[in-house]
Design a protein. Structure first.
Ligand code: AMP
Length: 113
């Protein structure tokens, strides 16, 4: 069975979140420690620890997460934004339930740290 994470607890309703979107496949909510004026996370309902564990059968779901991210960014009024998927601790992943960050509302430098 998949490990419980803060995000699986949010999905079950055991931890509250500031929800911005939900459907049968995903949930989006505001990051509790925003790194920009808009910082939203899109997570699958299905428990996948990281992009590393995603499989071919998740192809539609992965596409859905990106399209939902784009719809949300547009609804938030962003004309530029960054989508980030941290994979592995050295890349900054702290919650091992796949998630797409939507970060925007300020200018963002490149390359990232
Ligand atoms: P990552 O570092 O890519 O794994 O991203 C995890 C993100 O989850 C971080 O930006 C955290 O601020 C955010 N986070 C952790 N706990 C919560 C929570 N309870 N509600 C909303 N965001 C959270």
């Amino acid at each position: 069975m998949a490990e419980e994470t803060v995000f699986s607890k949010i999905l079950k309703g055991d931890i509250p979140c500031e929800e911005v979107y939900r459907d049968n496949e995903c949930l989006a909510f505001r990051d509790v420690q925003p790194q920009a004026p808009v910082h939203i996370l899109v997570i699958p309902q299905k428990s996948i620890p990281s992009l590393r564990e995603a499989e071919t059968k998740d192809k539609k779901l992965l596409g859905h997460l990106l399209l939902v991210a784009s719809t949300i960014a547009n609804k938030e009024g962003l004309d530029s934004w960054r989508t980030v998927i941290n994979t592995g601790a050295s890349a900054g992943q702290t919650v091992f339930h796949l998630h797409v960050h939507i970060i925007g509302g300020r200018s963002l430098s490149w390359p990232p740290g």
